[in-house]
Design a protein around this ligand. Structure first.
Ligand code: BGC
Length: 735
C-alpha cells in the first residue's frame, strides 16, 4: 500500500477499530486458551477488543499463526492483518549463547549472524517481530537481566545493537526470512538502584545521555522498527508515560519514527508507581507520551474511547499511533501477504538445521572466556585420565532464561559431547550434587523440585564424585547458577555459587588439586573461591543448544577460548556496581599506599577480580609500548597508534587488542579510560604483527560543561593492551 491508501484506510476505520490497533493481546487468547481469558477479563478486556486487537504476543508456529491470521482477518471489518510478536532473544529453537556471552565474543558480526538465523527460524514459524535486541547498559551484577545485555561498555553495546538489528531485519522487512527488531528497554532500565529489578533509576543527565542512550541510538540509526519502553522511572517519571523522554528525546532528538510499544503491563503500572491517578489517567499520559501499543495492560481498550469521546484526549493522537502501526504492517508486507514467511514445511526444515547448529557451536566457542590457566593446565591431553564432575556435566538446560522456544531436549550436554568427541580418551563422569541447595526457594518460581534427592542418594552422588576425582589425573568441575537465577525478576544479593557447589569444589579439590572449573552463569559472580581452588577457570555462560560440543572442543584444544569479559567480575558483592570506565577521584589509591585518606576500602581491593576486556587463551602474547605517529593532532587530523603483538607461547592463538582513550583534563571529569576500538590478531608461535588504530577527533567528543557534544583541546592518553586494566599508554595533544 502507499501512504495515501493507508491514510484512506485510517479515515475509514471506526474509533473502536482504531483503539483495537493500539492494543496488544496474548496469543493464548486467540488460540482459544480459556486459562488466559480470566486475567484479561479482570483487565476489562472484552470479546470485541479481542476481535479488533492489532498485534499479538507470545504465540508461534506456522500452522497455528496462519489459521489465526486467516480467521481474524475474515472477521475484521477492514481485514487488517495482525502482527505476531515474541521474544526471540538468543535464538528461536536453535539457541545461541545468551546475549552477555555474545558480548564476550567481541564479535558483533557473529551476533548479527545469530540474529539472522534466529529470524529465519522464527519467520518460518510465522513471527513478524522480535523483542530484541536489549541494549541496556549494565554495571550491576546483582541485576538478573544483565544476561540479556551485551555488557557494561557503551561502545561495545552500540556495536552489538547495530549488528543484531541489522541481522534480524536484513535489507527488507517484508522479506520471508526477516523479523522487525524492537530495541529495549527505553531507557536506562539497566541501572536499577541496588540491582533490584524494576527499581528506581537515578542517572545524571550527562551519564544518561553519554552512557545509556548511545546503544539505543545505534539501533535507531540501524533502522530498528520498534522501541520498547522500560519499567523504570527516568528523572522521577516512569519512562512509559514520560513525554519528554519519548517525544522529546526518542523521537525529536534521536530521530526514531517507528512504533513505540510499552513493556508488559507497564502503562497500568504507572499507577503503582504513584504517577498516574487511575487507569484513565494512565491511558491519557501514555498516549500523550507517544506510546503506540499497550502491551497487555488493557488500559488503552478500556479507557481510550471514553477519553476521546469525552474530549479529554485528542483523537489525532490515536490516529498518529494507528498510522505508525499500519505503516509497520505495510513495511512488513502484511497487506500483500499476511502470512509473510510462515511455512510449516520450511519451519520444519530450518529449525535446528545443521547450518544453525554449526553457528550455535561457533558462537558458543567464541563466547568462552578463560580466566585462569596455571601452567597450561588446559587444554586437556589425551594421555591424561579425566574426570568430568558436577551438576552441569549432564545438564540439558544450558539455554538461559529467555528461551521460550528453545527445548533443552535439543541440547548437547557436556557428557554427550565428551562421549562423541573423546571416544578414545579415558573419561569418567559424575554429578556430585544438585545445582541448587536442597530446599532452595526461588521466590515466585514455586518450590524447587527439579532434582530432589534423598540424603542417601545425595551421599552416593558425592561418593561417586570423590572416587572419580581421586582416580583421575585431572578433574574438570562443571558448576554454575541455576538458569532460573538469571533473567527477568532474578536479582540476587549474594553473588556466589550455591553452597552445595562450593562444598563440592572444596572437597573435590582436596581430593585432587588438579582441577579446572567451567562456569555456567548469566552474570558475573564472586569467583574468589573458584580462583583459589581451581588450576584453570573457564567462563562458559549459558552457551545454548550446542554448548556441550563447544565446551568439549575447547577443553580438548580443538579450538581456543578467545572471549573477553563484557562486564567486570567483582571481587565481591560489596564492590558492585563496578565498571572499568569509572571517574577518577581527587584521592586516587594505588596499592600498597599506606595513606589513610584515599579512595579505597579497608577490607577489599578497588579492582575487580577480573576486569572488563580480560581473557586469556592457550598461548601468551607480548604487546609492545604504544607508538604514535605524531604528538599533536588538529581537529581535522588524525593520529595513528600502533603496538606490535607477538605470540610468545608455543601454540597458535588469537588476541583481542583493545584501544582505550582518556581525556586527562576537561571541563567535566572524564572516565579513567573508555573503549574506542579493538582488533583480533591471530598469530603462529613466535610470529608478530602490528595492531594499528586511527584516532580521529570525533572519538574524543563528550558532553562538555555547556552541554554540547564536542571535544576539548588538551592532553589525551592512548592506552592499548589486552584488557581494560592495561597501563600501556602514550599521550598526545589535541590542538
Ligand atoms: C519484559 C520484556 C519482554 C516482555 C514480553 C517483559 O516482562 O520486560 O523484555 O519483551 O515481557 O515478553
Amino acid at each position: 500500500m502507499n501512504h495515501t491508501e493507508l491514510e484512506a484506510l485510517l479515515q475509514d476505520m471506526s474509533l473502536r477499530e482504531k483503539i483495537g490497533q493500539v492494543f496488544q493481546i496474548s496469543g493464548q487468547l486467540l488460540a482459544e486458551d480459556s486459562a488466559a481469558m480470566g486475567p484479561m477479563q479482570e483487565m476489562g478486556v472484552t470479546q470485541e477488543d479481542l476481535s479488533l486487537a492489532g498485534t499479538v504476543l507470545g504465540i508461534c508456529g506456522a500452522e497455528k499463526i496462519c489459521k489465526i491470521q486467516k480467521e481474524y482477518m475474515e472477521r475484521h471489518p477492514h481485514h487488517i492483518p495482525l502482527i505476531f510478536m515474541l521474544d526471540v532473544i538468543n535464538g528461536y529453537r536453535t539457541v545461541y549463547p545468551i546475549p552477555l556471552a555474545q558480548g564476550a565474543s567481541f564479535l558483533p558480526e557473529l551476533s548479527g549472524k545469530c540474529a539472522q538465523m534466529a529470524a529465519r527460524e522464527a519467520a518460518a514459524a510465522g513471527l513478524h517481530v522480535t523483542f530484541s535486541p536489549m541494549t541496556d547498559l549494565v554495571r550491576d551484577a546483582r541485576w538478573g537481566r544483565v544476561m540479556e545485555s551485551t555488557g557494561e561498555d557503551v561502545y561495545l553495546n552500540s556495536q552489538f545493537a547495530k549488528a543484531m538489528t541489522e541481522g534480524y531485519q536484513g535489507n527488507d522487512l517484508a522479506g520471508e526470512e526477516t523479523l522487525g527488531a524492537c530495541v529495549k528497554h527505553f531507557a536506562g532500565y539497566g541501572a536499577p538502584e541496588a540491582g533490584r529489578d524494576y527499581n528506581t533509576v537515578q542517572l545524571t543527565e550527562r551519564t544518561f545521555r553519554e552512557y545509556y542512550l548511545p546503544a539505543y541510538q545505534a539501533a535507531v540509526d540501524a533502522g530498528v522498527a520498534l522501541v520498547m519502553t522500560s519499567f523504570n522511572t527516568v528523572n522521577d517519571i516512569p519512562a512509559t508515560v514520560n513525554k519528554q523522554l519519548m517525544r522529546g528525546i526518542l523521537r525529536d532528538e534521536m530521530g526514531f519514527d517507528g512504533v513505540l510499544i510499552s513493556d508488559f503491563g507497564a502503562i497500568g503500572e504507572t499507577i503503582a508507581h504513584g504517577l498516574s491517578s487511575d487507569r484513565a489517567d494512565a491511558a491519557k499520559r501514555a498516549l500523550e507520551a507517544g506510546v503506540d501499543i499497550d502491551m497487555m495492560s488493557g488500559v488503552y481498550p478500556e479507557q481510550l474511547e471514553q477519553l476521546i469521546r469525552g474530549g479529554k484526549v485528542r483523537e489525532e493522537l490515536l490516529d498518529e499511533a494507528v498510522m505508525r502501526i499500519l505503516e509497520l504492517k505495510n513495511r512488513l508486507g502484511l497487506f500483500e501477504n499476511p502470512f509473510k514467511g510462515a511455512d510449516p514445511e520450511k519451519e520444519h526444515a530450518v529449525i535446528l538445521c545443521e547450518e544453525h547448529r554449526a553457528l550455535a557451536r561457533e558462537a558458543a566457542e567464541r563466547s568462552f572466556v578463560l580466566l585462569k590457566n596455571e601452567n597450561d593446565f588446559l587444554p586437556l591431553k589425551k594421555e591424561e585420565k579425566i574426570a568430568l564432575i558436577g551438576p552441569y556435566v549432564s545438564r540439558k538446560q544450558l539455554l538461559g532464561g529467555w528461551s521460550f522456544l528453545g527445548d533443552s531436549g535439543d541440547t548437547v550436554t557436556v557428557e554427550e559431547a565428551a562421549r562423541a568427541l573423546m571416544p578414545e580418551w579415558n573419561v569418567t563422569f559424575a554429578k556430585g550434587c544438585t545445582v541448587l541447595d536442597p530446599g532452595t526457594k526461588l521466590v515466585g518460581f514455586g518450590e524447587y523440585r527439579e532434582e530432589a534427592y534423598t540424603e542417601e542418594e545425595q551421599s552416593r552422588l558425592w561418593r561417586e564424585a570423590c572416587d572419580a576425582a581421586r582416580e583421575a589425573d585431572k578433574v574438570v568441575l562443571f558448576l554454575g547458577e541455576h538458569f532460573l537465577q538469571t533473567g527477568e525478576a532474578t536479582s540476587r544479593g549474594i553473588l556466589e555459587l550455591p553452597q552445595i557447589q562450593q562444598k563440592l569444589l572444596r572437597e573435590i579439590t582436596a581430593v585432587n588439586p588438579n582441577t579446572a572449573v567451567v562456569l555456567f552463569t548469566g552474570r558475573p559472580l564472586d569467583l574468589r573461591l573458584v580462583r583459589k581452588h581451581a588450576k584453570a577457570v573457564l567462563e562458559a555462560w549459558m552457551p545454548g543448544t550446542e554448548g556441550g560440543t563447544a565446551l568439549i572442543r575447547t577443553l580438548t584444544g580443538a579450538c581456543e577460548p578467545t572471549g573477553r569479559l563484557p562486564m567486570s567480575f567483582p571481587y565481591c558483592v560489596g564492590q558492585v556496581p563496578v565498571h572499568y570506565d569509572e571517574f577518577p577521584t581527587g584521592r586516587p589509591y594505588h596499592a600498597p599506599d599506606e595513606n589513610r585518606f584515599l579512595s579505597k576500602y579497608l577490607d577489599i581491593p578497588n579492582q575487580p577480580l577480573y576486569p572488563f576486556g580480560y581473557g586469556i587463551g592457550y598461548t601468551t602474547f607480548s604487546v609492545s609500548p604504544v607508538c604514535l605517529d605524531r604528538e599533536e593532532m588538529t581537529r581535522d587530523g588524525c593520529i595513528t597508534a600502533k603496538v606490535t603483538v607477538r605470540n610468545t607461547g608455543d601454540r597458535p592463538g588469537t588476541d583481542v587488542i583493545q584501544l582505550y582513550l582518556h581525556d586527562v583534563a576537561a571541563s567535566v571529569v572524564r572516565p579513567v579510560k573508555q573503549l574506542k576500538g579493538w582488533q583480533r590478531i591471530t598469530l603462529e608461535p613466535g610470529e608478530e604483527a602490528e595492531a594499528v588504530f586511527r584516532i580521529r577527533e570525533d572519538m574524543l567528543r563528550f558532553y562538555t560543561a555547556d552541554g554540547t557534544w564536542d571535544s576539548e583541546p588538551g592532553v589525551f592518553e592512548v592506552i592499548i593492551g589486552e584488557s581494560s586494566a592495561s597501563e600501556n599508554k602514550k599521550s598526545f595533544l589535541l590542538v
